[in-house]
Ligand binder design. Structure first.
Ligand SMILES: Nc1nc2c(c(=O)[nH]1)N[C@H]1C(S)=C(S)[C@@H](COP(=O)(O)O)O[C@H]1N2
Ligand SMILES: [Mo]
Length: 424
């Protein structure tokens, strides 16, 4: 009996072709014949679906299996000290699910039980302290959404267009809602009288992994908005994001967001560690390097259409969308250009920009099927405008890896495919 009710594969294909051919200019499906998806009873309307508890912790449905982190094999020698990329071309809204949020490890993601977790606060404090995970849970908590961008994001694009996809050019970023205790609270608990004048003091933060990833942070930032976080998007941090505790350093480069945080030392100067001298500094055209380049400047990218998210529906209504962010505060405006920066239209922000968090923008437009050189340009509350590639090269040269926040261009072709190109 069920055989009679199952739609035949052939009828299904005929039906979907008819529906596709029936796309009107307005984009709505107008049936040009019976659509078996409507006229024939489908399996999912006949049989029971899966019961509760089939998947105690849910994963995306199989049809979304390609929305995953990906790495670029030639970038690093192995995956232990490496990076992968968030599939930003396939996401919408602003919150990045932990399961597909990019990972950057210097010595692999470690497994550290809450019971084995210790956080030491030492150095120029009144009373050196060691907190367990359970101790941290007893301090007043805060919730904040912040982006975390690796300073190397877009780093492969300095010399010219290189990687074909927003995931690979701009995917070293994620945006989560963190729950944690402010670092200020913990430093105050240890007492800062011993440090004397705080204006020239620093903290040195390090992780429990083999790399330790130690970084120096000036005291005014440490006492401002830095968070000792143990939850992301409502649940425990994933192993790869620093379970059970990581540092959140709003607006500042991802390298300072120490995972598996084990120690905070109050010091009378910076350590000048590997990660803040030979790495994460920007070598300029004259061979000297900028250092202490902590803040991530305003930046944006069109996530769709883009090389991994081509236009498949032909001419007519088109939603252009992307992400914008600034380490200096809130995004106030995003412009979109279809002609490589000659003319600009102001995009619609899905919500008013939030400080140091991703902002989603949309340009609801009509596409006539012609070539586009698609760009976006972000502005933040300080009045800063995202630079073109030429403007950025003028001040930074081409020796840099880090802090490339220039305007990105996708060449969208009449067939809807998009390609990474350089318009400087
Ligand atoms: N302990 C430790 N913390 C670390 C790292 C690391 O390798 N070890 N990598 C840093 C770098 S370079 C970045 S960009 C961010 C990435 O965080 P994520 O892996 O959660 O995306 O973590 C930072 N914190
Ligand atoms: Mo990074």
């Amino acid at each position: 009996m069920s055989d009679i009710l199952k739609p035949s594969r052939r009828a299904f294909l005929r039906g979907s072709a008819a529906a596709a051919a029936g796309l009107t200019a307005a984009g709505a499906a107008r049936a040009s014949g019976p659509d078996p998806l409507i006229t024939e009873t489908q399996d999912w309307a006949i049989y029971f679906g899966e019961g509760v508890d089939a998947t105690p912790y849910g994963l995306p449905i199989q049809y979304e299996a390609d929305v995953v982190r990906r790495n670029v094999e030639w970038l690093t020698a192995d995956t232990t000290s490496s990076i992968n990329f968030t599939p930003i071309h396939a996401l919408d809204g602003t919150i990045t699910p932990q399961g597909c949020a990019f990972e950057r490890h210097h010595s692999g993601a470690i497994e550290l039980r809450k019971e084995d977790y210790r956080l030491m606060i030492n150095g120029l404090v009144d009373t050196p302290l060691v907190f367990t995970y359970a101790d941290l849970e007893r301090f007043p908590r805060e919730n904040h959404v912040y982006f975390c961008e690796c300073a190397a994001n877009t780093g492969m694009e300095w010399a010219g267009a290189q990687l074909n996809g927003a995931q690979f050019t701009h995917g070293m970023i994620h945006n989560m809602e963190y729950t944690g205790v402010s670092l200020r609270t913990l430093l105050t608990e240890a007492g800062l009288d011993a440090a004397g004048d705080l204006s020239d003091k620093w903290v040195y933060v390090e992780g429990a992994d083999a790399s330790s990833n130690g970084r120096s942070i000036p005291m005014d930032k440490a006492l401002d908005d830095v968070l000792v976080a143990f939850k992301a998007n409502g649940e425990a941090l994933r192993k790869e994001h620093g379970y059970p505790v990581r540092l959140v350093v709003p607006g500042w480069e991802g390298n300072m967001w120490v995972k598996w945080l084990r120690r905070v030392e109050v010091m009378d100067g910076p350590v000048e560690s590997r990660e803040e001298t030979s790495k994460y500094t920007d070598t300029l055209a004259d061979g000297t390097s900028r250092k202490w380049t902590w803040v991530m400047d305003a930046k944006s990218v069109v996530t769709s259409p883009s090389p991994q998210s081509p236009i498949t529906h032909g001419a007519g209504p088109l939603v252009i969308t992307g992400l914008a962010w600034s380490g200096h505060g809130a995004i106030t405006r995003v412009d979109v250009s279809k002609d490589g920066g000659k003319t600009w239209e102001t995009a619609r922000l899905a919500k008013p920009g939030e400080k140091m968090a991703l902002t989603r923008f949309y340009l609801d437009t009509e596409w006539n099927g012609e070539d586009m050189l698609l760009q976006s340009r972000a502005m933040d509350e300080t009045g800063y405008v995202q630079p073109t590639k030429a403007q950025l090269r003028e001040v930074r040269g081409e020796n840099s890896i880090y802090h490339n926040n220039c305007i990105q261009t996708w060449h969208v072709k009449p067939n809807g495919e998009a390609e990474n190109v350089e318009v400087s």
